[in-house]
Design a binder for this molecule. Sequence first.
Ligand code: ME8
Length: 505
Amino acid sequence: MSYFITTPIYYVNDVPHIGHAYTTIACDILSRFSKLKGDETYFLTGTDEHGQKVEKAALSNKKDTQDFVDEMSKNFRDLIPYLGCEIDDFIRTTEKRHKISAQFLWNKLKNNDQIYLSNYEGWYSIRDEAFYLESELTKTDKGFLAPSGAPVDWVKEESYFFKLSKWEDELIKYYEKNPDSILPKSRYNEVLSFIKGGLKDLSISRTTFNWGIQVPETEKHVMYVWIDALCNYITALNYPNTENDSFKKYWPGIHVVGKDILRFHAVYWPAFLMAAEIDPPKQIFAHGWWTNEGQKISKSVGNIINPYEIIDTYGLDQIRFFLFREVPFGNDGDFSKSAIAQRVNADLSNNYGNLIQRITSFIIKNSDSKIFKPTNYNEIDTTLIKSFDTTLDSYLKNMKSFQIDKALKNIFDYLSEINAYVDSQAPWSLKNTDNKRMNDVLYIITLMTIKTSILLYPVIPSSIDKALNIYNLTINNLNLINFNNFLPDSILLNKTKPLFPRIEL
Ligand code: ME8
């Protein structure tokens, strides 16, 4: 199987914050999971560098626009390894490959009679880079505001339009036939009812500024930033060459986006694609919004969470884990210091870390660092071993349906079972009475801890590398394909240090 997963490409008007980090880590988790299953996987992220919002930011920073976007894009690229993410491609919309691709898509739409020239008159929000109907706006003493709270301006200009209204029925038909193509379900319903409410043709070019991809053969117009931006997903697969291996293998892909930009991905993008005779995306997952200690994260409030700072304070895997264990993927979440400490201490330090620590130090001290495959198993042993299969089934089902929090809960419920087994079998009390049984119990605990660790790998990869190193294993020789048969004759242990020191508030 092949699996193409993408983040939104982020605007380079400002530095990345925790919200951007969240989406990128989500895709990294899904991509690592897919690789662990043996699927051919391609993980794409990048930066969205055109449009009025970016041009305005360059201007207010008194920088040449190209220099500004080069510098800002680097901030997003440099953050990726710091987040523990492994990507396959980083795309920038100012690259030549992308201009060629976006202009080709435009021409394709033009030749397919999907574009016409007219005049746009209406509301536009530069912050959202979006057109709004007056009925969508709220009137305040500061003027009209978009649903996102962004200010809007009245614009009037010549514009090319995409015949979006023509695609209403096709989109409805497509989504009714593919009910899992937008997740969670509530977002699917939202999109479907938006389309059923009627689609208007979409303005797709601007004439009042230059910072964009030029509309072919028309110097006056640059493309609306969203038609340019969405096209990045196929540029990365070498569009317009649709006969190449990577396009054939990876398209259609899976887009993970914040709920703020679902409409662009689930309405405009599939319509552009259908109009250009390309398959719509396989799936779109819209996640929720993070707030900081209950408040909306925003520059004006001054509560932006810098990903570097929180990773330096709490640790990389601690943050990755918190973000995806604490809040169901798809729901809104609140970032709070006490919630991080509680979550990390309870799950990672106590349930998982302590289990490894106390068992490995015991084996090193009392079994000469080595344990051997048991020759027989009692009923309590087989119950624990069998229960792993149920855990694995639920874990796989949950990961495949983007329910990362539930998959993590499956793992930690199982770790509690291992801990209960440790307590009931009490290997320390067997030390002087039954050395064989002590070995067997320690082997079973270790084997099941190793298997459980593999399931945690997508979320906390660097800690799992360290954990596997204790057992002289690596993720390359143990994965979701071969670990069913993993039953070594003996396991030799290396010395350990605590993996997850407790966080003191
Ligand atoms: O929209 N909570 O770029 P953008 C959760 N360039 N996620 C958040 C977040 C928060 N508080 N803040 C941001 C754009 N995000 C366009 C996309 S795609 C073809 C073009 C994440 O820089 C979330 O994924 O505004 C959101 O959709 C994205 O950043 C918006 O990034």
